[in-house]
Design a protein around this ligand. Structure first.
Ligand code: MN
Length: 163
């Protein structure tokens, strides 16, 4: 299980309506055998961006993608790895007050289920994660690739071949 302490430390839940980061009590041993959930939220904060969130280890792994995912192969989009979010965050839409962390409006752009096409958490460690999204807007295979020597900087790119 991954921790949500960074998520909680960044937010004041008296001011923001975002869900508190409580650990899921469910064991995630069967994670690879069931459908994993993803969401892409459009976040109109100071710098508008999309947030890609993929379920893993009882949390949503999260990347801020300024231009959003491209469906064109070889179109690498910057994806900044940010703190893990609680699973319930996949349903969050609303306005975070200005002055608070992430102040601005969050709307769900796409959501659905996905599969990892790599061994997790090995992919997370090595900085290469391949996944198949089954969303309402996006359907297909993408890869997240980490820049060497930089833990936060990743790129997300569509796969050339259908799987
Ligand atoms: Mn964001």
């Amino acid at each position: 299980m991954r921790e949500l302490s960074e998520y909680n430390a960044k937010r004041d839940f008296g001011l923001s309506k975002e869900p508190q980061g409580l650990k899921s009590k469910k064991k995630d041993t069967a994670e690879s055998k069931r459908k994993l959930r993803f969401v892409i939220q459009y976040h109109e904060s100071r710098a508008k961006h999309y947030d890609l969130r993929l379920e893993h280890g009882g949390v949503l792994l999260s990347w801020a993608v300024p231009k959003g995912l491209s469906e064109k192969p070889n179109e690498y989009r910057l994806a900044v790895h940010v703190e893990d979010h609680p699973i319930e965050y996949r349903n969050f839409e609303g306005t975070i007050p200005q002055g608070e962390y992430g102040g601005g409006t969050v709307t769900i752009w796409d959501k659905g289920f996905f599969e990892y096409l790599c061994d997790m958490p090995k992919g997370l460690e090595s900085g290469n994660i391949r996944f198949h999204l089954h969303g309402q807007k996006l359907n297909g295979v993408w890869s997240l690739v980490r820049k060497k020597g930089d833990a936060k900087t990743w790129f997300v790119v569509a796969s050339q071949t259908e799987e």
